[in-house]
Design a protein around this ligand. Structure first.
Ligand SMILES: [Zn+2]
Length: 425
């Protein structure tokens, strides 16, 4: 064997490699069973009671196991969840805005005692064990009002909380399958993979961009502005469950690909997908999205108008205010706030409420509803609003209605009627 001295790095003139930002809570959680122990874990799981996960719980479990939700090591128990709901912090005081719950029907949890292990399956395949440390009735309406600011069931996040099962199991996970889910796009990378790529590229500052919408010029303006002031961009569209009106993820990904292939410098953009589902919790979810991107190695996070909002439940800048208010509570990742972005005919360029002096009549902005109407009627989208390559993909998809309808399995339980939406991130 070689001596230890031979493992020391050779002295070079190179600067020390960039260190990525510390994950939330200090350590990147890893609940993935090592390759050599997986067979054993699989055998053990085969002897356990199996509980099937729905799409939302499956994506939560994957993000817990891979460290996307660090410092969470499992689904929250009652006391932790209560602390999160009431004070946006875990019991040790760590900032955490949304409870991550494994909600199940009463019949699914009957007879499960503390300390027992159960296997959790996704589409018939066991992927992880759960060591049950808590079992409790979810105070649905009370928690909904505190998390979402409303207990109105027309709110898709409230509907998800109220319809997902009245009992929650808390406990840590041990994921013994490959760290991915069937149906996740090839662009999925775990937090440690994204962090490794950030290190490889030598980026010291990375801006994370969350989105659930097709990419328009307003988004592009935000992305370019971020690249002006950071080393690189993590383009990280959410591909978990969204409400039925949102366009399906594969279509949105094609739009991003078109923008990347034709307009943005590849060496400054890292394109990966985020498997989380949309809660539409507005301000609280903005904090959640920022913390999760910190776990993926981002130092900055882009926050647009009405981030993670739905309907008119939240004010357009409520998310900005709440993020500012938690800056001293260990947020660490730096938000970059954006006002509404549009094309201004008098400026002759993209601009925002912060950078343009002209009245609304000079601004070209289309609501999501108006964009869908134009596409459905085969009308063009103005080049000032959408790049032609992106517009062509959307137009083609709208000629085959099946391509723009979300598959039933990727749809949230209640699809409320939506008031017209302005462009959202
Ligand atoms: Zn202007």
């Amino acid at each position: 064997m070689t001596t230890s001295a031979q493992h020391l790095p050779a002295a070079t003139d190179k600067p020390a490699p960039a260190r990525t930002i510390a994950p939330h809570g200090g350590t990147l959680v890893n609940r993935i069973v090592a390759q050599e122990r997986r067979e054993e874990a699989r055998k053990e799981a085969a002897s356990l009671r199996v509980i099937p996960l729905n799409a939302r719980a499956a994506s939560d479990a994957l993000l817990i196991a891979t460290g996307g939700f660090s410092p969470l090591e499992g689904f929250l128990g009652y006391e932790s969840a209560k602390s999160v709901v009431e004070s946006m912090s875990l019991r040790n005081g760590t900032l955490w805005p949304l409870p991550v719950l494994l909600q199940l029907g009463r019949d699914q949890t009957d007879g499960i005692r503390f300390g027992t292990r159960v296997a959790l399956s996704v589409e018939g395949e066991c992927v992880t064990t759960l060591e049950v440390t808590d079992r409790f009735a979810v105070p649905g309406r009370d928690w909904a009002a505190k998390i979402y600011g409303t207990s109105d069931e027309a709110h898709p996040g409230v509907a998800a909380l109220l319809s997902s099962g009245e009992i929650a199991l808390g406990g840590t996970l041990e994921w013994f399958s490959e760290p991915r889910l069937a149906g996740l796009p090839a662009e999925w990378q775990t937090p440690s993979e994204v962090r490794a790529e950030i290190t490889r590229r030598g980026w010291r500052t990375v801006a994370g961009f969350q989105t659930r919408n097709p990419v328009h010029r307003a988004h592009e303006y935000v992305l370019r502005t971020a690249i002006e002031v950071t080393d690189g961009l993590l383009l990280h569209p959410l591909v978990g469950e969204t409400k039925a009106e949102d366009l399906p993820a594969p279509l949105r990904l094609r739009c991003y690909r078109a923008l990347l292939d034709n307009y943005l410098p590849q060496e400054r953009v890292l394109f990966a997908v985020m498997p989380a589902w949309m809660r539409y919790a507005g301000p609280r979810e903005a904090i959640f999205h920022a913390l999760v991107r910190k776990n993926f190695g981002c130092t900055h996070f882009l926050v647009g108008r009405d981030h993670a909002g739905v309907g008119s439940y939240y004010g357009p800048y409520d998310a900005h205010h709440l993020l500012r208010s938690v800056a001293g509570r260990g947020l660490d990742i730096q938000p970059i706030f954006f006002d509404e972005v549009f094309y201004c005919t008098r400026c002759g360029s993209m601009a925002s409420g912060r950078t343009c002096a002209h009245p609304k009549e000079d601004h070209l902005g289309l609501s999501g509803t108006e964009v869908r109407r134009r596409l459905r009627e085969g009308l063009p989208l103005p080049v000032e609003f959408t790049r032609p390559e992106v517009a062509a993909i959307l137009a083609e998809a709208f000629r085959q209605p099946a391509a723009v309808d979300q598959p039933a399995g990727n749809r949230q339980p209640v699809a409320p009627a939506q008031p017209p939406e302005e462009a959202r991130a």
